[in-house]
Design a protein around this ligand. Structure first.
Ligand code: MV4
Length: 580
């Protein structure tokens, strides 16, 4: 077994992996960005290495810096977690070329499954149904029309390199074809540097069912009972459960077998997930895509099977036997996971980063909290808003549901808005209680208005002014904390600089400069240099904390200069364009 494993991630998943390492007597090594110098994962690791600045592109995505940390620590293996570099085949390859073990599938498999048309081909070759669609990318509106004539409308246009709903468009009528095709291709280029898109028949009210697989070092593939991930919004999952309230045992057996067949077809090793759409008849399912990583929602599977998936990943990577086989993978009881995000559910789930005041996490029978935050900690805007995952287990679905409601009621998060009120509402909703929900339920059928009147508790006076300053020193991966206590009541405090006005206007180059209201990544430009624009016209799309934000013009005039291009990372206040 490995002696040292480097965890190339942050937040709750870094802690989850760190704990699996401890359980295996492996020394966990952390990396951290400047913003995470005092973070829990940084503190709990045996060694922690600063890999750069706050923006992910300067730290958690910086391959050379991460490999350098692994080398300095003498780590033998790298666990990527989810997000960041987890599905980056170049990173996996670089890890292996540096003589380290990659805790995940082979880089070639990551690359192959990253191409959705190739994944669909693998499924077909394995005899598993995919949604009727085009085997190869399409480029012209004529091809889309021809597909519509043959398979009917609605149809879906999807990015070949897609994922997370990026480059995904639904065509409901023939006159939408042109715009949907160019929109999907443009988004695909911006996010995946490839404009390739393909077509599928669009299913109206499917459930999103996924199957965890685990390829062992001997070439067998184990599959696990499904997770139902249909409760999501804008392709961000909110609640997951296992088993699905919609599957009967025969369909379960069939979908688990289908996932194992697709995985075997590609020689899959380590943990992965096959995604399916389950049609509204409750028994027809289609392979959608494969995720070549550990997923956020893996704990629900752990609770109903009793198997530690992260430990299993490490065993497989180390070439050691798992100690269990398909016959040992049962299904006992029911598990539900609620994602606790720093988001305001009454404001369209707007990211709500900031400083946490008091924090009390629930516990008790059937409750597991996988958390990455602590009282008086900060949720930086630079990262994903996931604070923690609340997972409950029960002998049956209603016991798990009631425990969830109890645990949500115990949860106290002061200072930032969270998804907790949404979850309390959803878990008590007749649609959840009956299990009769689908991928459109949250967006199309829920009235979230009542949540607006449930204000988040404010931090107590004094909370935000903790008289405890901490400095972190790092020396060869060993970290030292310096605490300075300060009597704030008697201290002379510098005045806070006035923040720039919210959306766009002012700062920097005078009133003609359009500036970034938040740190993020430019997804696309909607205007060109020389264009005449009106007040409030969208100028570009900026992605921050998994949200796309249209940045609107603060003035009417001519776009004299565009200071950024698609793909650029920008800081708060950066000048985006000059309009006069
Ligand atoms: C679909 C679909 C219906 N029909 N494909 C959205 C993102 C991408 N990963 C797959 N997605 C969908 N593909 C066909 N042919 C509906 C969705 C979809 C969806 C899928 C899973 C979970 C939530 C969803 C929400 C909206 C649409």
């Amino acid at each position: 077994m490995f002696k040292k494993v480097l965890i190339a991630n942050r937040g709750e998943i870094a802690l989850r992996i760190l704990r699996a390492c401890r359980d295996l007597d492996i020394s966990p090594i952390a990396i951290y960005s400047e913003l995470d110098a005092g973070a829990i994962h940084t503190r709990l690791a045996d060694e922690a290495y600063n890999v750069g600045g706050g923006p992910p592109s300067e730290s958690y995505l910086k391959i050379p810096a991460i490999l350098d940390a692994a080398r300095r620590a003498g780590a033998e293996a790298v666990h990527p977690g989810y997000g960041f570099l987890a599905e980056n085949a170049d990173f996996a390859r670089a890890v292996i070329e540096a003589g380290l073990t990659w805790i995940g599938p082979a880089p070639e498999i990551i690359a192959a499954m990253g191409d959705k048309t190739e994944a669909r081909r693998a499924a077909s070759d394995a005899g598993v149904a995919t949604v009727p669609g085009t085997p190869d990318p399409v480029t012209t509106a004529e091809e889309v029309s021809a597909f519509a004539d043959e398979h009917g409308i609605p149809l879906a246009i999807k990015a070949s390199a897609g994922g997370g709903g990026k480059g995904f468009r639904v065509v409901h009528s023939p006159d939408e074809i042109e715009d949907a095709l160019s929109g999907a291709a443009r988004e695909a280029s911006a996010y995946f540097s490839s404009p390739d898109v393909y077509l599928e028949r669009y299913l109206e009210r499917p459930r999103h069912i996924e199957v965890q697989v685990l390829g062992d070092s001997g070439g067998s593939v184990l599959s696990f009972p499904e997770r139902d991930c249909s409760l999501q919004r804008r392709h961000q999952k909110l609640i997951e459960e296992s088993p699905s309230p919609a599957l009967d045992p025969h369909v379960r057996e069939a979908i688990m077998e289908a996932a194992a067949r697709v995985s075997k077809q590609v020689g899959y090793r380590n943990a992965g997930t096959c995604e399916f759409l389950l049609d509204s008849d409750g028994s027809t399912f289609y392979f959608l895509e494969m995720n070549t990583r550990l997923q956020v929602e893996h704990p629900v599977t752990e609770l109903v099977t009793g198997i530690d998936l992260v430990k299993a990943q490490i065993f497989v990577a180390a070439g050691e036997p798992l100690g269990f086989d398909q016959g040992d993978i049962g299904l006992r009881g029911h598990a539900i996971e609620c994602r606790i995000n720093a988001e305001d559910p009454s404001k369209k789930f707007m990211p709500a980063p900031g400083k946490i005041g008091n924090l009390e996490e629930p516990s008790g029978p059937g409750v597991r909290v996988d958390s990455g935050v602590e009282a008086h900690g900060t949720i930086p805007q630079a990262y994903d808003p996931l604070m923690s995952k609340l997972i409950t287990f029960g002998a049956d679905r209603d016991e798990a549901r009631r425990r969830m409601l109890r645990a949500l009621g115990e949860y106290v998060v002061e200072g930032v808005k969270t998804t907790i009120p949404f979850h309390s509402m959803m878990l008590a909703d007749p649609r959840f209680i009956s299990g009769d929900y689908h991928t459109g339920t949250v967006e199309r059928e829920m009235d979230l208005e009542p949540l607006a009147s449930a204000p988040a508790p404010q931090p107590q006076p004094g909370d935000a002014e903790v008289a405890d300053r901490r400095f972190e020193l790092e020396l060869d991966g060993k970290r030292f904390a310096v605490h300075v206590r300060e009597d704030l009541e008697h201290a002379v405090r510098p005045r806070k600089p006035t923040p720039p006005e919210s959306a766009g206007a002012v700062a920097g180059g005078g009133s003609e400069a359009l500036t970034a209201p938040m740190q993020g990544t430019i997804v696309k430009l909607l205007v060109s240099q020389g264009d005449e624009v009106t007040v409030g016209q969208p100028i570009l799309v900026l992605e921050a904390m998994k949200m796309e934000n249209s940045i609107l013009s603060h003035t009417a005039g001519t776009v004299e200069e565009l200071k950024v291009e698609a793909g650029a990372a920008v800081d708060t206040g950066a000048i985006l364009a000059v309009i006069r």
